[in-house]
Structure formats: C-alpha cells, structure tokens
Write a protein that binds this ligand. Sequence first.
Ligand code: C2G
Length: 132
Amino acid sequence: MKKVITYGTFDLLHYGHINLLKRAKALGDYLIVALSTDEFNWNSKAKKCYFSYEVRKQLLEAIRYVDLVIPEENWEQKINDIKEFRIDTFVMGDDWKGKFDFLKPYCDVVYLPRTPEISTSQIKEDLKEKAN
Ligand code: C2G
C-alpha cells in the first residue's frame, strides 16, 4: 500500500484544497492529512482560523480522498511522521516548493501546482468587501 502525507490548515475549505487532496491521493492508495492545530496556527503560522481544529478535522474526514487526519503541532514533526506512518510520498502545493526537500532522504517529495485564484485569505477579503 502506497502511503501519502500532506500538511496544512485547511480553513474555510475550498476547491483549491480539494484539488490538492484529490491529486495527492492519486499518488498512492492511502492519504494522511496532518492538520495544523489551533495552537500551531496561532503560535507558529500567525493564522487565526475561522473553524476550530475539530471542525476542520470533521470536514476533512468527510472527503473521499482522505483516509486519516492527524494533528500537526509543530514544524519539526514531519520526519517522525514519515517514519511512524511509513510514508512513501510527501506532497505540498508548490507555494512550498523546495522548503521540504530535507525530507528527500526519507520519502519522495512532490510539489503540486496550486489552484489559481482561490485562497482562504481571498475568501475573507471578498466577504469583507461584500459586507461594506
Ligand atoms: N493549496 C492549493 N491551492 C490553493 C490553496 C491551497 O493547492 N489555491 C494547497 C497548499 O499549497 C497546501 C494545502 O492546499 O499544500 C493546504 O493549504 P493551507 O491550509 O494554506 O496550508 P499551509 O498554511 O500552507 O500549511 O507544514 C506545512 C504547513 O502546515 C502548510
């Protein structure tokens, strides 16, 4: 069984996220999503999520491409995750291109093109504009 892992916040889930998860799953048979916890988002990513970790986890678990959701609590856990879950392929959108090449000794590293024109911050901005 070929196992794939990806990491992210996945707040205000949108089709860019779904596109990423769909393509990540197509690279193997089992997809793990390491979901950034609220604390990790706030302390290390300067992100204040709209939905809590539990809600974001619930949404991801409802997606047919996702087989398991685990918490992402820090920047340093990836190598351990790859070993613990016997990951074959690590996948991220290409806004992260090169940033995780240190994982290459442990698994394949794949950066997929981001879906253009959509992001959580864009959604928030558009909503703010519409409200005015
Ligand atoms: N993504 C995408 N296209 C978009 C928006 C996002 O392909 N239009 C991808 C991102 O490249 C990422 C994934 O969807 O691979 C999740 O995006 P975010 O929730 O923004 O993740 P991020 O905050 O980049 O967290 O340790 C890694 C970090 O946790 C990544």
